[in-house]
Design a protein around this ligand. Structure first.
Ligand code: 164
Ligand code: MG
Length: 356
């Protein structure tokens, strides 16, 4: 394959969620983006690579900026090859995610290697643990949704909190705990909703209810506040998500602000970028965890490969396909007993997404 033989095409898509996901950041009811296809014209059987750019307000560039960036990448690929195509989308994380994923899928496919092994050069991995994602709802609805997830095989559930009063959120978690045993790991994600005092009182109550992790309780800027919450040693891990985009790994680790850092490849510019951050975090003894931005099957499967390339990754937010009412194509990732079964076919393992 020579660079000059590669051509990039993209097309828009819109995927509705089965039910709107209520978060303290806002409601997500549909995901719009671009499916990317790279073709190596020189290969006899036209090897292809797929990528996906699904911008999310507040986390990535806008849909319009993403489209312009993909157009630039299309031209740059023709004139300057892959490195130039990546360079011209350097500041548009969702577009860069798509282009870098398509390049990696194509390369791994050419090498007849599953994408995660192309990324990690590591051992074969059969499964990665995943969590169920439970949106805001009444205490009864939340308990019902968690029960249903546990009945489907999940043993880790992440609840969205921060839309109601702290007392109501604590009541939701209490109802959930009454419904499922302590074998089920419960996490909560407040998406920056709380003041320090609110976070402190939630943390104490959550510790009593055996919640394992509280994600982004305070605004992204509040690194010291997160460090202070951590220093209380309640037994509840503090995870940063939005905080990573604002501060980067070094600043978070220097401030001792997190036990866990959430990596969203779509918001970070790609699975290649996220994998480097994961290695860096692990070196600094902070746990990396992978989630999607409620993406289509191409980006979601890319995130599964990323998680499989991270040693000893904890349960990740990758079981988000079921939140969509429709998808870009067949899902190659089976969810079984709280794990995602990692595709072992060459490349991403996604096909039939680009129908003419
Ligand atoms: O982590 C998960 O279980 C699924 C992904 C998820 O929760 C999110 C996806 C996209 C935007 C956010 O509201 C949210 C998050 O903050 O982690
Ligand atoms: Mg989060």
């Amino acid at each position: 394959m020579t660079d000059a033989d590669l051509s990039l095409a993209y097309r828009p898509f819109s995927l509705a969620l089965a039910e709107p996901l209520e978060t303290a950041d806002g409601t997500i009811s549909a995901r719009e983006g671009f499916l990317v296809r790279l073709v190596d014209e020189a290969s006899d059987d036209s090897v292809v690579g797929y990528g996906e750019a699904t911008p999310l307000a507040g986390w990535t560039e806008s849909l319009a900026d993403c489209e312009q960036a993909l157009e630039r990448a299309q031209n740059a690929l023709r004139t300057g090859g892959p490195s130039e195509a990546l360079e011209v989308v350097d500041q548009q994380v969702a577009a860069r995610h798509a282009v870098s994923l398509a390049l990696a899928d194509l390369q791994a496919t050419c090498e007849a290697t599953p994408l995660y092994r192309y990324l990690s050069q590591g051992p074969m991995i059969g499964r990665v643990p995943v969590n169920a994602t439970i949106g805001d709802g009444s205490p009864a609805d939340t308990a019902r949704d968690v029960r249903a997830a546990v009945d489907r095989g999940f043993d880790t559930c992440k609840l969205k909190v921060g839309l109601r009063s702290v007392e109501e959120d604590v009541e939701r978690v209490r109802r959930v705990r009454e419904t499922v045993s302590h074998d089920v790991e419960l996490r909560a994600d407040a998406n920056e909703a709380w003041t320090y005092e609110q976070a402190q009182s939630a943390l104490e109550a959550f510790a009593d209810l055996d919640v394992s992790m509280l994600e982004q309780p305070l605004p992204a800027g509040a690194l010291e506040g997160h460090a202070d919450l951590r220093a209380q040693n309640t037994g509840v891990s503090i995870a940063l998500d939005e905080g990573l985009l604002e501060h980067g790994v070094d600043t978070i680790c220097d401030a001792n602000a997190a036990d866990v850092v959430v990596l969203k490849p779509m918001a970070l510019g790609g699975i290649d970028v996220a994998r480097k951050l994961a290695a860096w975090l692990a070196e600094l003894e902070v746990t990396p965890l992978v989630t999607t931005t409620i993406d289509g099957v191409v980006a979601r499967t890319g995130a599964v490969h990323l998680a499989a390339a991270i040693p000893d990754v904890p349960a990740c937010g990758l079981a988000t396909g079921g939140l969509l009412a429709e998808d870009l194509g067949r899902d190659p990732v089976l969810l079984e007993k709280g794990s995602a079964v990692v595709p072992q076919a060459k490349g991403l393992g996604v096909d039939d997404v680009w129908t003419e």
